[in-house]
Design a protein around this ligand. Structure first.
Ligand SMILES: Nc1ncnc2c1ncn2[C@@H]1O[C@H](COP(=O)(O)OP(=O)(O)OP(=O)(O)O)[C@@H](O)[C@H]1O
Length: 292
């Protein structure tokens, strides 16, 4: 996707990025992605392909390489903490949690009202707040420990969007929303990109209506970027009914190849066992048997 629109300064740029979880083999190698202002990129891939990992790296939650590897608005996503503090770079992820020391991510609990949560976000523009509360159909009297998953999610999304982001990373946040809330939110995102030039990367498995929403697609397979295209360049989409009928064969092909590779591995003869010589300290001998 390098150089989309030919503009000089992409709002999001990843260059030759490598990543491995601690103590694990390399997962992402030589990953490159470049998005201009106003782009809405759909991040797709099978379960475990690396979408969440990528979004968290883009959000500056993991340090990867030097300052030039993951650039957001021309600044290092990890090193420039002002990016997230100002809300210019926003990440809305799966669960609503907070990090508690060695316990890691702990789900939010407690009897708070939606109003307390939303009005607790400092510096929010009252008009934007009113618009989001209305868009997400939030009742400010909701008690957060008594609401449904979808209602809790609406409050989380509202809080995450109060600051006018420049780059927004969305990790499957619409799963709990009903159809109307999801469509209204997607429309809101489209306007944010068109009017303010915001950039969005959205990881999801729900493709309904996204063929006309996305400007770009990125398809990852096992940590590797297999496709990165402008939506108009996806040849299959020109003749397909919808996005799901395009992506389903990619996912099935990938699964078949994975199963074949696993079958070949299982059928291969086991590696030769290292013969232990009689003099090996790990070998057994009749002599030692006397001492057992
Ligand atoms: N903290 C971690 N430590 C080690 N490995 C991890 C960690 N988090 C994720 N992984 C591994 O990284 C790979 C990618 O996981 P990731 O959550 O990024 O995938 P995903 O594409 O978001 O999947 P899904 O569609 O199921 O949400 C998986 O194999 C997963 O087991």
């Amino acid at each position: 996707m390098a150089g989309v629109n030919g503009a000089l300064h992409p709002s999001l740029e990843v260059t030759a990025m490598n990543f491995a979880y601690p103590g694990q083999p390399p997962f992402i190698s030589n990953f490159n992605l470049s998005l201009q202002r106003g782009s809405r990129c759909l991040l797709m891939g099978a379960n475990g392909a690396g979408k969440t990992t990528l979004l968290r790296v883009l959000a500056g939650k993991h340090m990867v390489g030097g300052r030039d590897v993951v650039r957001v608005l021309g600044r290092s996503a990890f090193h420039d903490t002002a990016l997230t503090c100002s809300g210019e770079l926003a990440y809305l992820g799966g669960s609503w949690s907070r990090t508690v020391g060695c316990a890691g991510e702990v789900p939010l609990q407690g009897d708070f009202s939606a109003e307390f949560m939303i009005f607790g976000v400092e510096g929010a523009d009252p008009e934007r707040r009113r618009q989001l509360i209305e868009l997400l159909d939030i009742d400010l009297r909701w008690r957060m420990h008594k609401v449904s998953d979808g209602q809790r999610r609406r409050v989380q999304i509202c809080m995450g969007l109060l600051q006018p982001f420049e780059v927004l990373l969305l990790d499957e946040i619409t799963v709990d929303l009903d159809v109307v809330a999801r469509l209204d939110l997607l429309e809101f995102f489209k306007e944010e990109c068109a009017q303010r030039g915001a950039t969005i990367v959205y990881a999801t498995h729900i493709f309904d209506g996204l063929e006309t929403w996305a400007t770009h697609i990125a398809y990852v397979e096992d940590g590797t970027l297999k496709r990165a295209q402008h939506i108009s360049e996806v040849a299959e989409l020109k003749v397909a009914r919808n996005l799901i009928s395009v992506v389903e064969p990619w996912l099935r092909k990938e699964r078949d190849e994975r199963e074949k590779a696993a079958a070949v591995k299982a059928a291969a003869p086991p590696p030769p066992r290292v013969q232990q010589s009689a003099s090996s300290p790990w070998g057994t001998s009749r002599h030692m048997a006397y001492y057992r």
